[in-house]
Design a binder for this molecule. Structure first.
Ligand code: GRF
Length: 188
């Protein structure tokens, strides 16, 4: 079994979508949701989905091996970031080489880096009058939105689009592709 942990800071609709996709999967198990926000809705979703969840604060996150110990205890093999807003520390990256992936709601290398998350991204894309946006799934390294790209998918932007309607289109791409990319990486 490949045991997967999902890190999320907010709503966690991707985390839920991933958990549902892999429900009773033969070789992939979504074992744990982790969040750095005690009131993040992703923790509610974990309860409803019957998935174990862990909240950690900044101090714990920065304590050497605190997160690693949790992951090892749950025998986690692979880490999925889905709207997780803190930079992953080096000790975690070293412990999971090419086994931590992230999804970014735009076509990297455009619209990446610190502060470029959630609606900030979609607002910037709309402001620039871009005609397309999309998603990027990439390996995680020690910088924001910088690791090798695994997959991208695009959507068109028309004159009527707002940052909210663009966010909806991008979320739809995320729901359609993120679980399948995880499955490809873990079953190939
Ligand atoms: C997604 O758009 C993801 O690409 C970004 O944060 C958002 C998280 O949304 N990194 P949700 O919490 O999964 O609904």
């Amino acid at each position: 079994m490949n045991n997967v942990a999902v890190f999320a800071s907010g709503s966690g609709s991707n985390a839920e979508n991933i958990a549902k996709y892999f429900f009773e999967h033969e070789s992939i198990s979504i074992k744990l949701f982790l969040s750095n926000k005690s009131d993040a809705y992703v923790l509610e979703r974990a309860k409803k989905l019957n998935i174990k969840s862990v909240f950690f604060n900044k101090e714990q996150f920065k304590t050497q091996n605190y997160i690693l110990n949790i992951l090892e205890k749950e025998q986690i093999d692979f880490i999925v970031l889905a709207g997780f807003l803190w930079l992953i520390p080096k000790n975690l990256i070293d412990a999971y080489p090419n086994k931590i992936i992230n999804i970014h709601p735009a076509l990297l290398p455009k619209y990446g880096g610190k502060g470029m998350f959630g609606d900030n991204v979609h607002k910037a894309v709309i402001k620039n009058n871009d005609t397309e946006s999309g998603i990027t799934i990439h390996f995680v390294n020690e910088k924001y939105d910088d690791g090798n790209i695994i997959f991208q998918a695009k959507c068109k932007i028309n004159d009527q689009d707002t940052y909210q309607s663009l966010a909806d289109k991008v979320h739809q791409l995320e729901y359609n592709h993120y679980p399948k990319i995880i499955e490809n990486l873990l079953t190939k």
